[in-house]
Write a protein that binds this ligand. Structure first.
Ligand code: GMT
Length: 373
């Protein structure tokens, strides 16, 4: 099948999932064309069946805002015709589902009926999409997609409660390539960052307010007070500076490593003992799944889709949002009991295997088959 995937090119979960999906579809014999304003960060090599098309928005002094949707929909029309694309799969509703609908309408006039799959990822529904400025357009584009998927049951529920959506929404969870993590674990160089007696606590996010990065530091300070520990802070974003400042105030600065945006996330996870994910809201929590694939238990908030990924008392622990005392106390008890930590690591890995690429990507393929003519 010839598939165009529209996504954000950044480190954010939706772009990562879209990229991994495209790569896996190519491995399974499909031809995939990525469309975005920049080459997705996880898309490293292009091949005969794996293409990237950059959307350019010509600047003109009259435009206060650049009309990205217009350029994207025009590009999709041309691409579909030129490469005989059979299906558009757009990730993140805003503005991708809207642009895909416009492309679909334009192609109809040329006698081409292109099916559109829209995957909802989280903040497009829970944080941005339900703002009154966007809501009518988001509702319209969801209702006019041929197939709609959400990455968790919780996100599916939120979509129905926030929008006047009458479309069926299929839950297709996010996935990881377990085999890739197995390979990385063989060369896990833990001693590079921590001494043998230190535990390694990790956080991965885009450091936006929704991630509550300050809770990570507060939790770590409490863990650090009880045992020798190091904190790995992976990612970058608006809250990084205040969090760095707080590390100095708490005098834990020397035990915290800020990696910024890195492509080595899986390597860092493989030498971690626990991942902290205290998000205010999280439709799925791809970082939690990536940690579990690296056999790292997760201590997270119990919000959104996180309980579908992180199983309390088995793959890690769940706490109320903002309860740093509970997070620290679960972490300390887990990290001080070697036997229990080993069991949780194994259970986390076993649960992550249920979300392996080979189990989830066929679910997308089955949906594609239903709508491709
Ligand atoms: O805020 C982020 O974490 C980025 C955002 C995105 O759109 O890239 O992540 C959303 O999609 C991810 C992939 O499906 C999910 O794992 C995240 O939980 C979700 N973020 C939120 O719901 C806040």
């Amino acid at each position: 099948m010839k598939i165009a995937i529209v996504c954000y090119p950044t480190y954010g979960g939706s772009g990562v999932v879209a990229t991994e999906l495209g790569i896996s579809l190519v491995d399974r014999g499909h031809e995939v064309h990525f469309v975005s304003y920049k080459q997705p960060v996880r898309l490293q090599s292009l091949t005969g069946n794996l293409h990237f098309h950059e959307v350019h928005v010509p600047r003109y002094p009259l435009f206060h805002f650049q009309p990205y949707e217009l350029a994207l929909s025009s590009m999709l029309v041309e691409m579909v015709k030129l490469h005989q694309i059979e299906l558009l799969h757009v990730h993140y509703a805003i503005p991708h589902a809207y642009a895909a609908f416009m492309a679909k309408q334009m192609l109809k006039e040329a006698g081409i009926d292109i099916p559109v799959v829209t995957t909802l990822h989280g903040s497009d529904i829970t944080l941005v999409g339900n703002h009154p400025f966007y809501k009518p357009a988001v509702t319209f584009s969801i209702n006019n997609s041929d197939v709609v998927t959400a990455v968790s049951k919780d996100l599916r529920g939120d979509t129905f409660s926030y929008f006047g959506v009458h479309k069926e929404i299929h839950v297709v969870p996010n996935f990881i390539n377990v085999a890739r993590y197995d390979k990385i674990r063989i060369n896990c160089e833990r001693s590079v960052v921590a001494k043998a007696n230190e535990v390694i606590v990790t956080h991965v996010s885009n450091f936006r307010p929704v991630k509550r990065v300050m809770d990570v530091v507060e939790t770590f300070a409490r863990i650090r007070a009880k045992m020798p520990a190091k904190l790995m802070m992976v990612g970058d974003g608006p809250d990084r500076m205040v969090v760095e400042q707080r590390c100095r105030e708490l005098n834990i600065w020397e035990d915290v490593i800020f990696y910024g945006k890195t492509n080595e996330v899986s390597k860092i996870l493989c030498f971690s003992d626990v991942l902290l994910l205290p998000s205010h809201t999280e439709s799925f929590g791809l970082a939690a799944l990536e940690a579990m694939a690296a056999a790292t238990p997760v201590i997270s908030s119990n919000t959104g889709g996180l309980p579908e990924v992180n199983i309390h008392g088995k793959t890690g622990y769940l706490t109320d949002v903002g309860d740093v005392e509970a997070m620290a106390s679960f972490a300390v008890s887990l990290l001080s009991d070697k036997e229990q930590l080993t069991a949780f690591k194994q259970q986390a890995y076993a649960h992550a295997s249920l979300f392996d690429v080979d189990k989830i990507v066929p679910q997308y393929e089955a949906l594609y088959q239903q709508i491709v003519h």
